[in-house]
Each structure stands twice: as C-alpha cells, then as structure tokens.
Design a protein around this ligand. Sequence first.
Ligand code: DAK
Length: 262
Amino acid sequence: MDYKHLKFEKRNDGVMILKISRVEALNALNKSVLNELSYFFNSTMNDCSIRVVVLTGDGEKSFVAGADIKEMYNLNLSESVSFAKYGQKLLLSMYNYHAPIVAAVNGYALGGGFEMALCCDVIFASKNARFGFPEVTLGIIPGFGGTQVLRRLVGEKNAKYLILSGEIISAEDAYRMNILSKIYENQADLVAGAINYAEKIAKNSPKSVELAKRAINVSFDLSLERGLEYESSLFGVLFTTDDQKEGMRAFVEKRKAEFKGN
Ligand code: DAK
C-alpha cells in the first residue's frame, strides 16, 4: 500500500512507532486514513517481529480530532451504517491485535479519535491533550463504539456525563476518570515516555504479552468462573513454549532472558 497518511518506523527491538498524519485536518479520520489504518493492522496482524505499537498523531495539536465531519455530513442511512461498521471493524482489529498498542495522545482526541485511543491497550497523554465526545453537538452519537467502550471503562455515570454533554475535558480530568495511565509535560516527553514503556513490553515474552492481553480483553464478556477457566488454559499453553523454558532457566541461571517468541 502506498501510505499517504501514516508514517511509521519499525525498530529492531520490535517497537513500531505509528503516526497518523493529516495535520491540515487535525488528523481527522477520512476514508483514506481509515483505509490505510485498516490495511496496516490487517496486513501486520500476527507479525511476530512487531512486539508493541506506539500510536500517536502528527503535529503538535492533535492525536485525532474525530471522524471527518466534512466527509460524513452528506451520508445517507445505509452509508452511515456501513461507515460506522467499517470504523468499528478497524477498532476491533486494533483491540484484538496480537501486540499491545500504546496510544500517545498529543492533543485533541475527540469523537472517533477518542474511540481510537480507547481501543488501544494503554493510554498516555501530554498535558495539552483534550478528550471528548462532541457527537451530540453535531446531531449524532458516537459510532465507533464509544457508548459501549467508555461505559465499561469509566462506569455508567461518567460515560453519560461525557457523552450526553459533549464536554471536552483536560488530560488531568481524563486521568481522574481512569482513562489514562500517565500525563507528560509536553509532546517530546510523551513520545519518549511511551517509547520507554514500549521497550519494556518488547523485552518480555511476546506470547505471554499476547495471551495476557487476550485474557484481559475476554474478561469483559465472561463470568469470573469462566474467565478463570480461560486464564488457566492460556497459562497451560505457555508451558508448551520455548520462551517459558528460557524465561525460567534465565532466572535460575541469574541472567536476562532472551525471548524468541516461540
Ligand atoms: N473533521 C474534518 N475536519 C476537521 C475536523 C473533523 N473532525 N476537526 C478539525 N478539522 C479541520 C478544520 O475544519 C480546519 O480545517 P480548515 O477550515 O482549515 O480547512 C482544520 O482542521 C483546523 O481546525 P480548526 O481551525 O477548527 O482548529 P481550532 O484549533 O480552532 O479547533 C477543534 C480545534 C478540534 C476544537 C475544532 O477543529 C473542532 O471542534 N473540530 C471538530 C471536532 C469534532 O467535533 N470531532 C468529532 C467528530 S464526530 C458514526 C461513525 C463515526 C462517528 C460518529 C457516528 N456513525 C456513522 C454512526 C464519529 C464521529 C466523530 O468523530
């Protein structure tokens, strides 16, 4: 694919830095950006050489300022439903991606941009980050899973507080609502901090990381009993891997483990 709106750097340690780049529209998600993201995540799904992705926005103002309003406003009923399904499919493929995705939110994360951050595994932000669902101010509702995902994360009352008002909140408020893990003073520190965190993930056993992510993801759909059953089956699977032998042998031999992903 000839990427126009994605910039990426794949490092030898398995850290992939991915930047959404449509700066003139604050990185709003038009069809072309959505297509490129879908292609990227589908074509690299299960590529073991990617151990973690850091996702951020190009420019200093915005992570993603939402779905492209100028492209959306003329959609009819069937087009709007297929648009929503397309976006939801992309976000699901990111949610289920084999490697963790760390969102480094460097400015506006609004509407579809907030939903994109929410489908990542960990969210960091710079002090100037702003989060919100302005959809109700546009005559629509969140369409890429916001009503479903935010409620699970922050609870019914906080989800309604944000989605019903369209209020845009600061990074500090998002942190208080448990949306974020860390706030950095500025964009440079944010990206450095996200990469530093990603390096820690990249050093771990890729299979352990993948299965831990999967176990946490399915916990939303399972009773505790079923979830524990699922967890123990994944735990057992890891005992069939070389990396489990390597990890435990390295501990006994007092050296650092070198995981190959087998
Ligand atoms: N779409 C298209 N263009 C956008 C945009 C967006 N979401 N956000 C910003 N831009 C463009 C602006 O139009 C402007 O372009 P020009 O006028 O220069 O050509 C450029 O980016 C710079 O923006 P501003 O001049 O407005 O910059 P400011 O610093 O003054 O303001 C802002 C920044 C983020 C506060 C403001 O741009 C803004 O309010 N933007 C819109 C934010 C927003 O409402 N986002 C949510 C979009 S709705 C669904 C599927 C999906 C969704 C919903 C339903 N179904 C089909 C059911 C998702 C919906 C959304 O995400």
